[in-house]
Design a binder for this molecule. Structure first.
Ligand code: GUN
Ligand code: ZN
Length: 432
């Protein structure tokens, strides 16, 4: 029998993924326990099973009974810009105008560590309230923006990934680094932070238009020196952006080639948006096992296009889900799943609720190569959990009351839910 002092038993409905719901029938990919339990020990999931059995095996463990609440892995948001928190939902421009009008002026403020810390803490509080327990964030060009973010995450015991955004052209002077300072600052941040507590570093060229070939070259060299790091960037978000990339890199075969030429294509690469891909790009991304991140609220908000989830999944691509705060219009992964569903509908390829939940947890974790640690309920995994209330508003409650199975019960929360649906959040084994 376990020592009760360092364990906690959570009871409720549990949802656990045991397979890939895009590659097998959904009911074979998920275990739903209507009366389940999760035993936490020292920040790790020690057991998942049925409530009565776990209760009998661990009678002395403190126990929290969430009743009909759904206990599942916390959401993993695979592409965000925490520095854009304060300018989320800025009205009506195409990508490049939006960057110049709202994003770059705001990002200039992050040279101040005090401001960066204020926004990092605000961002992590907001996302926690929405049930997101891991994020992959861009910083700004300023290394202190990354220090501030990692310090705030570290104080919360939170697993995060981030990097200093590198850009040495096509941005305001105050937001530009150089190939050498991008390399030096990124390297120093890797040495200071990568692998400290639950923090990982991602080498972060913003996107090809804001990096010179020299800068992409130095960042490719840095990634080669630090293959343990992830690399994050943007890829093929808008058609006019793609034309711009082609004019800036006339020798490139396509957008992806601007990364590939400089050693910035790899399995540990995470490519945000990836909407307008050519057959060559799709084949290369698949060959390398790269991570593609669907940012549906951003893609509709900025008018970028309809991500081909069904086609990319059928090819066996690695795909995750993200808010893309603040190009995305929400901090909520529930709202993000709803937008992913709607885009699937517009493409005549509807997604099942279990597929949406998988994308927001296991799928995103897979793009980070962290699926053995986060994004699911399984013994040995880190105890980052949420509890969803499937009746969080009157509108949702009256619909879920008619549900005949868990998927029908949970779908109204996916489509209509927000932070009110997140009844509890556990990070690193602690209720927060
Ligand atoms: N492409 C380059 N930078 C950005 C950004 O900050 N947001 C979005 N949505 N796309 C980008
Ligand atoms: Zn982005």
């Amino acid at each position: 029998m376990s020592d009760a002092s360092n364990t906690t038993l959570l009871l409720g409905q549990t949802i656990q993924f045991t397979g890939h719901p895009f590659q097998m029938p959904v009911d074979q990919a998920v275990v739903h326990e209507p009366r389940g339990g999760v035993l936490l020990r020292d920040g790790v999931i020690a057991a998942v099973g049925d409530a009565d059995t776990l209760r009998a095996l661990h009678p002395l463990s403190p126990c929290i009974d969430y009743g009909k609440g759904v206990i599942m892995a916390g959401f993993v948001d695979a592409h965000v810009h925490y520095p854009q928190t304060a300018i989320i939902a800025s009205w009506g421009k195409r990508l490049i105008d939006w960057l110049n009008s709202y994003t770059f002026p705001e990002e200039m403020r992050f040279g101040s560590k005090t401001y960066a810390t204020e926004i990092a803490e605000r961002y992590l509080d907001l996302t926690k309230a929405h049930g997101t327990t891991t994020v992959v964030s861009f910083g700004t060009v300023h290394p202190v923006s990354v220090d501030a973010f990692f310090e705030a995450a570290q104080a919360r015991g939170q697993r995060v990934i981030a990097g200093k955004t590198c850009m040495d052209r096509n941005a305001p002077d105050d937001l530009q680094d150089t190939p050498q300072t991008a390399y030096d600052d990124s390297k120093r941040l890797i040495e200071n932070w990568h692998g400290v507590d639950r923090i990982s570093y991602a080498i972060t060229p913003r996107f090809s238009p804001t990096s010179s070939p020299e800068q992409l070259h130095t960042l490719g060299a840095l990634w080669k020196e630090h293959p343990e790091c992830l690399m994050q960037t943007h890829l093929s978000e808008q058609t006019d952006e793609i034309e711009w990339v082609q004019s800036l890199y006339p020798e490139a075969r396509d957008y992806l080639d601007t990364y590939e030429m400089f050693g910035l294509l790899g399995a540990r690469g995470i490519y945000g948006h990836a909407i307008h891909l050519t057959p060559r790009e799709r084949a290369k991304l698949k060959d390398f096992g790269a991570g593609l991140v669907h940012c549906p609220t951003s893609n509709t908000f900025i008018g970028s296009g309809l991500f081909d989830m069904a086609g990319l999944m059928a090819e066996g691509q690695r795909v995750g889900l993200a808010t893309d705060t603040g190009g995305g219009s929400s901090f909520s992964m529930l709202r993000t799943m709803a937008a992913a569903y709607e885009i699937g509908q517009l493409r005549h390829t509807p997604m099942h609720a279990a597929q949406l939940l998988w994308l927001a947890t296991v799928g995103s974790a897979q793009t980070l190569h962290m699926e053995d640690r986060i994004g699911n309920l399984a013994p040995g995994m880190e105890a980052d959990l949420i509890v969803l209330d499937l009746s969080s508003t009157d509108a949702i409650a009256q619909r879920s009351a008619r549900a005949e199975d868990i998927w029908e019960a949970i779908f109204p929360t996916i489509m209509m839910g927000d932070d009110r649906a997140v009844r509890a959040v556990w990070i690193n084994g602690k209720a927060v």
